[in-house]
Design a protein around this ligand. Structure first.
Ligand SMILES: NC(=O)c1ccc[n+]([C@@H]2O[C@H](COP(=O)([O-])OP(=O)(O)OC[C@H]3O[C@@H](n4cnc5c(N)ncnc54)[C@H](OP(=O)(O)O)[C@@H]3O)[C@@H](O)[C@H]2O)c1
Length: 148
């Protein structure tokens, strides 16, 4: 039996196609939520859907502010948002601090920071409009406490 009951709740998980996000999606489905998994790569989402048929899959590049906005707005009411997506290859491939370029920094922040603001604004505005409460969870890292 699931530890939480999310029956009747709608949850959106960014980066839900694999890794930690996929585990979050699975837990929320097990707890009874209607779950929307967002990721960039259609093939990874198709694989998720084949494993968890009840999940709703949404392919969008979170680095694209406007397309993300239009796509997520179409999802409708969300009670729980998990901002989990990250482009870790981009972070791992970055030059040393003293050499990192503006272009590389922009590319990283578009997904790893700005996308969380973008999606949260859409979801929070709707929560405020509905006066319904809800939760927004931002996935972080131990690297935030112990910089590498
Ligand atoms: N793994 C760790 O050891 C660790 C440690 C500390 C913190 N974290 C944090 O935990 C979270 C998940 O990490 P993870 O290791 O599970 O990551 P992961 O396995 O690399 O998965 C990343 C997820 O983000 C999605 N994503 C990446 N770029 C995207 C974009 N431009 N548009 C839409 N979706 C995009 C990926 O979708 P695609 O399938 O389309 O690529 C995938 O679903 C991240 O926020 C990370 O910083 C992880």
């Amino acid at each position: 039996m699931a530890a939480y009951d999310f029956k009747g709740k709608r949850a959106l998980v960014t980066g839900g196609s694999r890794g930690i996000g996929k585990a979050v999606v699975k837990s929320l489905v097990d707890a009874g939520a209607e779950v929307f998994a967002v990721a960039k790569t259609q093939a990874n989402l198709d694989k998720l859907k084949s494993e968890i048929p009840s999940v709703n899959i949404i392919a969008v590049d979170l680095a694209d502010w406007e397309t993300t906005r239009q796509t997520v707005e179409k999802v409708g009411n969300i009670d729980l948002l998990v901002n989990n997506a990250a482009d870790l290859d981009q972070i791992r491939g970055m030059a040393a601090f003293v050499d990192v370029s503006k272009a590389s920094l922009d590319k990283s922040l578009d997904v790893n920071l700005k996308a969380a603001f973008n999606v949260s604004q859409i979801v929070a505005r709707d929560m405020i409009k509905r006066s319904c409460g809800g939760a927004i969870i931002n996935m972080s890292s131990t690297a935030g406490l112990r910089p590498l």
